[in-house]
Design a binder for this molecule. Structure first.
Ligand SMILES: Cc1cc2nc3c(=O)[nH]c(=O)nc-3n(C[C@H](O)[C@H](O)[C@H](O)COP(=O)(O)OP(=O)(O)OC[C@H]3O[C@@H](n4cnc5c(N)ncnc54)[C@H](O)[C@@H]3O)c2cc1C
Length: 429
């Protein structure tokens, strides 16, 4: 029997006939050539931190876990292997005096996996991880090696930086970094409406601002991250207590109570809102961005135009309260600058992202699909790696460069070696 391979959330379980761990580009190319000859599908996986069936295959699954690390640096540019995990990447760059200008919430993804779904953090002056790339090298259909950058094949570059592993296997990524820097983080408890009134001020005066809204309450936890000249401070017991015990262990236990006794879920949500505290820390940028996510959950995230954000979150709050939705997890709200990557959810619009979580084991379908309808009224674009219910007919309307993307994809993978049933439906091919 084939080995079962599961994603982080456990909702995708697959049994590929082969899991390949190439150690160099030549081996990656050979795998693709062999698959093409045999008419087999190849899907590439990073850290399996997506919820969607992107890497689903019963044929050949490729992992670049043995292709990690720094290849070279040139000024602020650093070339790394596609399989490099973000946590290791942060330290490798720091040793060279460099850092990524922005990151998401966790640091366990592979750089190519994170970029391929448009993984983002927050900050109205900052774009997603894919936007911090200045050159890509990949193995496309037929085992060909193709390079693209801002200068070389620029249209392909805009098409492939978010391409869900459907154009080829990204072996090398050159990142345009910034000089290493230190950040100070401050979390506070506030009222939702006060936060919404001050949202523009918070966004413009903070390098990376975000907030979590706690359902069944008017409470938010605001998070302000700014650059500092102060030295990093080693995490003490207080930090451990807040990040590990409070935000993960105790919160997880309460969520479990809400799962086993659903009638308590709304009460649990209210306790979570009541328990929101303040905290602060100062550390190297990549260590500040990364948080621990020990409690398992399902998630849907939508990008909507920033100008619709306040109305949208207010409607979401009303829906949750009116329908007495049994949800114990807060909603994460982030803000991101527009970009020009064909399949980036932030394509040519200043964006707000709203992430909806449901504790693992609690029903999420109705909650997510009702919220999804609200998001669609604002021309919402789903996060590619997170749960959603849309297919090509909807996506085609949301992405002006949809057809151009698909025609590049077709050129690079004419035999559809990188296409699984999920992508077939998603792309409408
Ligand atoms: C706890 C948690 C927290 C998260 N926080 C955030 C967040 O803050 N912000 C955010 O935007 N997202 C977030 N995500 C979503 C996550 O960043 C994305 O789903 C991301 O794609 C996962 O990276 P991965 O390495 O696990 O890739 P996988 O999930 O393994 O793969 C994702 C896609 O990338 C492709 N891929 C992987 N490697 C390659 C390669 N070498 N070449 C070409 N394609 C490749 C795969 O084929 C697949 O299509 C979070 C997810 C979890 C579980």
């Amino acid at each position: 029997m084939n080995k079962v391979f599961s994603n982080w959330a456990g909702n995708i379980q697959i049994s590929p006939e082969e899991i390949a761990y190439p150690t160099n580009e030549e081996q990656v190319s050979d795998i693709v050539k062999r698959a093409e000859k045999l008419g087999k599908t190849v899907r590439v996986v990073g850290s399996a931190h997506s919820w969607t069936a992107l890497f689903d295959t019963n044929q050949i699954l490729v992992s670049l876990d043995k292709m990690q690390g720094l290849i070279s640096t040139n000024g602020l540019d650093a070339t790394v292997w596609g399989g490099t995990k973000l946590k290791a990447l942060g330290e490798l760059l720091y040793n060279e005096g460099l850092a990524m200008e922005n990151l998401g919430d966790i640091d366990v993804q592979a750089i190519a996996g994170a970029a391929s779904t448009g993984t983002h953090g927050t900050g109205i002056e900052f774009r997603s991880i894919s936007n911090q790339i200045c050159k890509i090298r990949m193995v496309t259909g037929g085992g060909e090696i193709v390079e693209c950058s801002f200068e070389e094949n620029p249209e392909l570059f805009d098409a492939c930086r978010v391409s869900l592993g459907s154009m080829g296997i990204i072996t090398q990524i050159t990142l345009r970094c910034v000089k290493a820097y230190t950040l100070t983080y401050k979390a506070e408890k506030e009222n939702l409406f006060q936060c919404l009134d001050r949202l523009d001020e918070y966004n413009t005066s903070t390098r990376n601002f975000e907030f979590y809204y706690f359902p069944h309450s008017e409470t938010v936890q605001t998070k302000f991250i700014n650059k500092t000249e102060n030295a990093p401070v080693k995490d003490g017991f207080g930090r451990y207590f807040n990040d590990v015990i409070l935000e993960n262990k105790i919160f997880g236990t309460f969520c479990e109570i809400g799962r086993i006794f659903p009638s308590t879920a709304i009460g649990v949500a209210k306790i979570a809102a009541f328990a929101v505290g303040t905290s602060s820390k100062t550390n190297l940028s990549h260590r500040i961005f990364a948080t621990l996510r020990d409690v398992r959950f399902n998630e849907m995230e939508y990008n909507i135009p920033a100008q619709n954000f306040k109305e949208a979150i207010t409607r979401v709050k009303k829906y949750i309260e009116d329908e007495k939705v049994k949800v114990t997890f807060p909603i994460e709200c982030r803000f991101v600058k527009s970009d020009n990557i064909y399949l980036s959810p932030a394509y040519q619009r200043e964006s707000a992202y709203l992430s909806f979580h449901m504790y693992k084991g609690m029903p999420h379908q109705e909650y997510f699909s009702k919220i999804e309808k609200i998001m669609h009224e604002y021309e919402g674009r789903p996060h590619w790696g997170k749960m959603h219910n849309v297919k090509s007919d909807y996506l085609k309307k949301r992405y002006p460069k949809w057809d151009e993307f698909l025609s590049f994809r077709e050129k690079l993978d004419p035999k559809q070696t990188f296409i699984n049933p999920y992508l077939k439906e998603l792309f409408g091919i």
